[in-house]
Design a protein around this ligand. Structure first.
Ligand code: HMG
Length: 440
């Protein structure tokens, strides 16, 4: 069977940067380490006044098409994953295709376009749709463009405010891909939840603490479901485990839960036994509360072991580097985590081709999806060609007052007249509602 997966990737970060320790924390009267250590974020990316989900998505897609030499006829499908859409009828992919058609000969008139929604999970779901389309033989030799683009903004004063972010990830899904091959094994954990929602409102209503528990519960279910098709997992099976990263502190919790689950009944558990004892088994306890207390104690001890630290440092830490500098990109977040791990491996000169990653995607509302991917021969050239550091380093560092202004601009309820903080540099720009996005 021909391999199908991610062939090329490009990103576009919002061009503004909010420094959480030095700009945000003092205004909030908080210890900077709450953000840098507890939540795990140094900076958030924000869109400048001429950027939005369309311009970031179109700019990322254009970078990808230019670098890989693609023309519109090579693309048979454009899916946009977003939870920041502004149009309940016309999908964001049509706006992005409109931008791209301004600069290429040819058009996307024969490409199937759509918009996918399931909170942050929709980026992965769009990749799944593209995979299925290619596997079904409906692609006529063409590739699919998947664009995960979001402005993850919270109301000022909401605990989620510290985790904001904005950016787009464009991914090309093709046969014989360069970066990763997707496996057919998948697991899901899904339930109707109301901890994070945006019913006809700009900012989400969030029960932050509960959302953390819901994320962990759905992720555990997805891992169990994945194992029911792929067989039991072992921590050493996967080189990297990129998780959906609303903030790196969330990934620390998910990784610990995953490690505990994957080590049950394995040689790792045997090795840990002399140090911290066997994992609690429900049958050994009189009550559920006593069992839960024992698990909590076990997890606290597990976190401190050398085995866990080594595994975390190798399999998880490299996945959160970019995220710690940009905040939550919602639909793009797990794809940033994958890219972060691959770029770290490229910098360290690791040989990854043929090795596997386990990818844990999640969307509030709520659903987790776990699948495996195998790294392909062309991964290093591809990820090394993406100008991640240049984009992150050239962001404009906003003051707190500028942050409040730009936050108001992106709250569509208000018309705020604000000068641009950065200069457009041969890119698509937002020129007003109901108008065509221009290139400047
Ligand atoms: P909070 O309640 O303000 O923070 O916001 P906290 O008091 O829980 O502190 C956060 C961590 O910092 C804690 O660590 C503290 O101990 C630590 P933990 O105990 O959790 O390991 N801390 C410190 N560490 C060092 N030095 C200090 C210090 N002070 C505290 N001085 C909350 C946290 C999650 C509620 C907030 O960020 C929030 O509401 N976020 C938005 C919702 C969210 O991101 N939820 C995550 C799961 S849901 C999800 O991922 C889906 C999502 O992406 C949306 C979608 O799918 O569409 C959000």
């Amino acid at each position: 069977m021909t391999a199908v997966g991610i062939d090329a990737i490009e990103i576009r970060t919002g061009k503004l940067k909010l420094d959480l320790a030095n700009t945000f924390a003092p205004k909030k009267g908080e210890d900077p380490e709450k953000y840098t250590k507890g939540i795990g974020l140094k900076h958030s990316s924000f869109p400048d006044v001429y950027e939005d989900i369309v311009t970031m998505g179109a700019n990322a897609a254009k970078d990808l098409m230019d670098r890989t030499g693609l023309v519109p006829d090579d693309i048979g499908r454009i899916d946009v994953a977003t939870e920041s859409a502004f149009d309940n009828s016309k999908p964001v992919s049509t706006y992005i295709a409109g931008c791209l058609e301004q600069v290429y000969d040819g058009d996307f008139h024969h490409a199937n376009k759509g918009e996918r929604k399931f909170a942050c999970l929709a980026g992965t779901q769009s990749i799944d749709d593209a995979y299925n389309w290619i596997r079904a033989g409906r692609n006529r030799g063409r590739s699919a463009l998947v664009i995960a683009t979001d402005t993850a903004l919270y109301e000022r004063g909401d605990p989620g405010e510290a985790t904001q972010g904005a950016g787009a990830v464009a991914m090309l899904i093709s046969e014989d891909p360069n970066v990763v091959e997707l496996s057919t094994d998948q697991g899901y954990g899904s339930a109707d939840e109301t901890d994070f929602l945006k019913p006809n409102q700009q900012f989400p209503s969030v029960d932050g603490k509960r959302s953390v528990q819901v994320y962990l519960a759905r992720m555990r279910e997805a891992l169990e479901d994945y194992e029911s098709v792929a067989g039991d997992t072992h921590p050493d099976d996967f080189e990297y485990i990129p998780f959906h990263t609303p903030f790196p502190g969330m990934v620390r919790k998910a990784a610990l839960l995953g490690y505990r689950h994957m080590t049950r009944g394995t040689d790792v558990e045997d090795a840990l036994e002399s140090e911290i004892g066997r994992q609690p088994r429900e049958a050994d306890f009189d009550s559920w509360d006593a069992y839960e207390d024992a698990i909590r104690d076990y997890m606290d001890d597990l976190k401190e072991t050398d085995q866990y630290s080594e595994w975390y440092g190798h399999a998880i830490e490299p996945t959160i580097d970019i995220s710690s500098q940009v905040g939550n990109w919602y639909t793009g977040s797990v794809h940033i985590a994958r890219l972060s791990a691959l770029r770290s491996a490229a910098r360290k000169g690791e040989s990854l081709a043929g090795k596997r990653m386990l990818v844990g995607s999640y969307g509030s509302g709520a659903q987790a999806e776990i699948h495996a991917e195998t790294v392909r021969e062309g991964w290093k050239d591809e990820v090394s060609a993406i100008d991640v550091e240049d984009q992150l380093d050239s962001r404009y560092d906003i003051s707190y007052d500028e942050y409040e202004l730009v936050h108001d601009v992106h709250n569509h309820d208000k018309e705020v007249d604000v000068e641009e903080f950065t200069q457009p540099d041969g890119e698509f720009v937002f020129t007003g509602w109901g108008r065509m996005n221009e290139r400047r």
